[in-house]
Design a protein around this ligand. Structure first.
Ligand code: PDD
Length: 292
């Protein structure tokens, strides 16, 4: 089956899905994006992702290219046309095409691209059962990491360093020795008292949609959540560690820079939260099937 992408108003074969060479996304990384999971054909957390997208656009003064409802229709249509049951969609909006000049163009129409692809859920489950290793690297990003911008070079370099070291993720560490977040995930630990600790939302991290959902699920289970920074030393001596994102859900971390976390096996709390999160996603499928 051939893949289909949405590019500026048209559904086109993936291999023909192109934007102009003077697109500002290409030349300046002048754009934003969203990624969300698809489970059983249902887009997970569509509304919070669209909320965050609108905020990112606002922060960069890019006008929304279409209504929120229209965007949701396009996303669902791309998912449907690609017959994605389990996988993800990717959406990117840039400031558009204009003669190269750093300042905003007087008139440019934002470019919109949406793609979707399947991901094998069995592989993700196998990884969750084993847990993953993370390495740490200095956080060399800018001061607006709250904007989900396509300007991801430091994240790309960090992730590549992780891969080269045989790790799944790189945690970014600020000048004070505190973990900000992962290159494409939010970072969590479980402290000695069994409380979840994750950095509070500020400009140094992305406000993860999965982070928010997991936080709520934990609170419903009377698991204490503390929003504060934690240091690398704290992480290494934590009872458990894990990461969250739209594509990895809740993924246990079993080592940090080669140091075992807990007994080096996925922790109980992380495992439980992953289960709860699976139930949360299944609940969205039920609601959609019921037409709500
Ligand atoms: N990344 N922090 C960063 C830097 C991220 O890029 C992401 C998501 C997250 C987690 O956010 P959420 O729970 O909303 O997915 C945190 C996506 C998956 C990506 O770039 O592919």
């Amino acid at each position: 089956m051939s893949r289909i992408a949405y590019v500026n108003g048209r559904y086109v074969p993936h291999r023909d899905a192109v934007v102009h060479v003077e697109d500002r996304g290409y030349q300046f990384a002048d754009g934003v994006y969203e990624v969300s999971a698809v489970r059983d054909g249902v887009v997970i957390d569509m509304e919070p992702h669209l909320d965050r997208l609108e905020r990112s656009l606002r922060e960069l003064s890019i006008s929304p290219p279409m209504s929120r409802a229209a965007l949701a229709v396009v996303i669902r249509e791309v998912v449907r046309r690609n017959r994605v049951r389990d996988g993800l969609f990717y959406l990117q909006i840039t400031r558009g095409v204009a003669r190269r000049d750093h300042a905003f163009p007087a008139a440019a129409r934002p470019s919109v691209v949406v793609t979707a692809r399947s991901v094998d859920p069995a592989r993700a489950e196998a990884m969750a059962r084993q847990g993953v290793g993370v390495i740490t690297v200095p956080d060399i990003r800018w001061e607006r990491c709250d904007i989900k911008s396509v300007s991801l070079l430091p994240n790309v370099l960090a992730k590549q360093q992780a891969r080269a070291a045989g790790a799944y993720e790189a945690w970014l560490v600020d000048e004070a020795g505190r973990v900000t977040e992962g290159s494409s995930t939010n970072a969590w630990i479980v402290d000695r008292d069994g409380a979840l600790v994750t950095r509070s939302i500020d400009n140094a991290i992305l406000s993860g949609i999965t982070r928010a959902a997991v936080m709520e699920l934990a609170r419903l289970q009377q698991i204490r959540v503390v929003e504060r920074s934690f240091t690398l030393d704290e992480a290494k001596s934590a009872r458990e560690a894990f990461i969250t994102s739209t594509t990895s859900y809740v993924l246990p971390v079993v080592s940090v820079d080669g140091v075992k976390i807990g007994n080096g096996q996925p922790g109980e709390v992380a495992r439980r939260l992953r289960e709860l999160y699976a139930g949360y996603m299944a609940g969205q499928q039920d609601r959609r099937q019921a037409g709500r």
